[in-house]
Design a protein around this ligand. Structure first.
Ligand code: 9MR
Length: 446
């Protein structure tokens, strides 16, 4: 809550600008500034060896957090037992510091990109535990005070939500997770410690497995501060339950973050696919913004020339917000528009947020949430917006909605006009669209 209130005040001037000039204002402002103003960070994975020239310039200008794509992994930093090589990791840490960026440490304990002496060693439980905690302690100590989030344990689960039989899981069972977190906490008490996984973004068996794992760890007093959702997504398949899923974890008492967002498509990229990708990036950004404990969002490479997708999924790619020539794609605008300061509070403490719940050829379902940001009850509300691309509302529920030209007005019904301080009311609608379906630049609420 604190985050949102701070944001509202800080954003009034910027919001008025955005209202007057539409999404162009958001698109011209660096993403990192838009994100900071909304109370989240916007990060990117980077490749240390590329941090020069335009690549470095864009990484520094647009993002306020960086994650080493590979340079902090066990195989990179401790290829031989007890012999550490920090050059690649240091380079990115120095870059982050030079540009006022946060640093996400990725990752301490993972079954992949392990040095072979770990992966193929013959271990007693005690020996492996010692090797693992030594590694965690050494690396976290090295970057103490410089890394704000550590992915302490990465990808601990199978697809069905059970514990992955990695060398760690097979030798130590679930206990290795608590041991890794405790070692990290001891080495840098200020760093936020995360569990991170993929295919846990929406509700489902794997995400249920993560949920119960976090519950167990917290009950044991394991210092888990956050859960990372990688969000390696397929075009048009942002899970509809993403926001609800983030919220249930935050309700457990941990922070959440989107840690490796990309949206892959079958090549070639077409205008229609890029428009869908824009909507997908916007939807993920909005889901994070909607959950107060969502600390931020990281894209897994900001340019298509620096993405893992083509190597791992032959025939697919174009998964990031910039093309190979470092030109922003529609996905960039999708993030910018989602981060735009669209909802200055009305005098009665009324703020409205607009989301596209689902979209199909020619149609979409939208939802608006009216929040009472004041300290007295709202007794009736009216939300208005302008559609930028000819969208037409065809049907609405939980509000009386009228549209004249591009102008839409929605008024409460008899049963949902009164909203207590801190409370909210939600209404929905179906609408048609052609070409593109950008959200309104601003909503007014009174
Ligand atoms: O982006 C990373 C790529 O360069 C590596 O080749 C790959 C090896 O598995 O790892 C990529 O990053 C992964 C991340 O560390 C963990 N989640 C999945 C990411 C994509 O594979």
């Amino acid at each position: 809550m604190l985050r949102r209130l701070t944001v509202v005040t800080a954003l009034l001037a910027a919001a008025l600008t955005a209202t007057a000039t539409g999404t162009a204002a958001a698109a011209d402002t660096p993403l990192r500034d838009l994100a900071e103003a909304r109370g989240i960070y916007l990060g990117t994975a980077v490749t240390g060896g590329k941090l020069t020239g335009a690549y470095a310039g864009t990484a520094a200008a647009q993002f306020d957090s960086v994650t080493p794509g590979n340079e902090m992994k066990w195989g990179s930093v401790e290829p031989v037992r007890g012999q550490y090589s920090w050059t690649g990791a240091d380079r990115i840490a120095d870059f982050a510091e030079a540009h006022g960026q946060r640093l996400r440490g990725h990752t301490l304990v993972w079954h992949s990109q392990l040095p072979s002496w770990v992966e193929n060693g013959t271990w007693t439980p005690d020996a492996l535990r010692t090797v693992m905690t030594d590694h965690v302690t050494t690396q976290v100590t090295r970057y103490k005070g410089r890394v704000d989030h550590w992915d302490v344990v990465n990808e601990p689960l199978n697809e069905d939500g059970t514990l992955r039989r990695s060398v760690f899981g097979a030798t130590l069972g679930e206990s290795y997770i608590g041991d890794a977190f405790r070692a990290a906490r001891a080495a840098d008490p200020a760093a936020k410690l995360y569990l991170n996984d993929y295919s846990t973004d929406g509700l489902g068996a794997k995400s249920d497995g993560m949920y119960t794992l976090v519950e167990r760890l917290l009950a044991q007093g394991v210092p888990v501060d956050g859960v990372g959702f990688q969000a390696h997504l397929i075009l048009g398949q942002v899970p509809s339950t993403l926001e609800a899923n983030l919220r249930r974890f935050s309700d457990l008492g941990v922070d959440v973050a989107i840690t490796e967002l990309d949206v892959r498509m079958t090549l070639p990229a077409t205008e229609a696919k890029l428009a869908q990708q824009k909507a997908d990036y916007a939807a993920v950004t909005r889901a994070c913004l909607a959950v107060t404990r969502c600390a931020g969002l990281t894209v897994w490479g900001f340019t298509d020339s620096d993405s893992w997708i083509p190597d791992f999924f032959p025939g697919q790619g174009a998964a990031t917000p910039y093309d190979e020539g470092l030109n922003p794609k529609p996905a960039y605008a999708g993030i910018a528009e989602a981060l735009a300061p669209v909802t200055p509070p009305g005098p009665a403490g009324c703020a409205a947020t607009y989301t596209v719940q689902s979209q199909w050829g020619g149609g979409f379902t939208g939802q608006v949430t009216v929040r009472n940001t004041g300290s007295a009850p709202l007794t009736g509300w009216r939300v208005a917006w302008e559609y930028p691309a000819g969208q037409r509302i065809t049907q609405a529920w939980n509000a009386a909605v009228t549209q004249t030209g591009t102008a839409v007005t929605a008024t409460h019904l008899s049963y949902n006009g009164t909203v207590p301080a801190g409370g909210s009311a939600t209404f929905g609608f179906n609408a048609s669209w052609t070409g593109t379906n950008p959200p309104p630049a601003a909503l007014t609420c009174a």
